[in-house]
Design a protein around this ligand. Sequence first.
Ligand code: IMP
Length: 198
Amino acid sequence: MKLYFASGNDHKRTEMSRLLGGYELVLPKDEGIEFDPEENGSSYIENAVIKAEALYRIVHAPVLADDSGLSVDALGGRPGIHSARYGDEEAGRKLTTEEKYQLLLRNMEGIEDRKAHFVAALCLILSDERRYIIQETCEGSIATAASGTSGFGYDPIFYIDEAGMISAELPEGEKDRYSHRGKAARLMKLLLDKETGR
Ligand code: IMP
């Protein structure tokens, strides 16, 4: 089954393809579709729905979208839905991934409560009337220093409670067992398998 994936991010496609196993994920850019909807929702779910609906309006075929981020308790849930853009506005340019997690580490200096969680929202649109939303979390805390090289984004500073390790220290496949996206995608796979009679 071909599934349009409402993203421009190849890393996310690789991760999601591995998680869903057996579904061909097509990015809009693969078919020359210009796709950059304004993610102006006020929650992960709203943003996932915005992306899925925007792409569905163009392709009129099954569409999957995701939205995710890192919410830190002591920072009132920030960076949250703004995780991908954290610090950009203040800097007047797009910060690198490393600059973003170093900024978060600085903003957490001297803070004892380091509890945080990743959130992943997935939205699947199969037809005009058939729509599904799944949201999952990965609980953990912000480390005091970066460690590890696998994964992406804030993985080098996120300690996963269940794994007892920093996310970027885990091999790629291993992270899927605990991650927000892994949990949400496994549920989504159940839904897709049912839909396709697998
Ligand atoms: P979006 O879902 O494309 O809006 O971006 C979410 C942002 O949250 C990413 O750019 C990362 O910075 C961060 N993020 C989401 N999931 C993860 C993860 O599994 N590991 C590390 N960072 C993540």
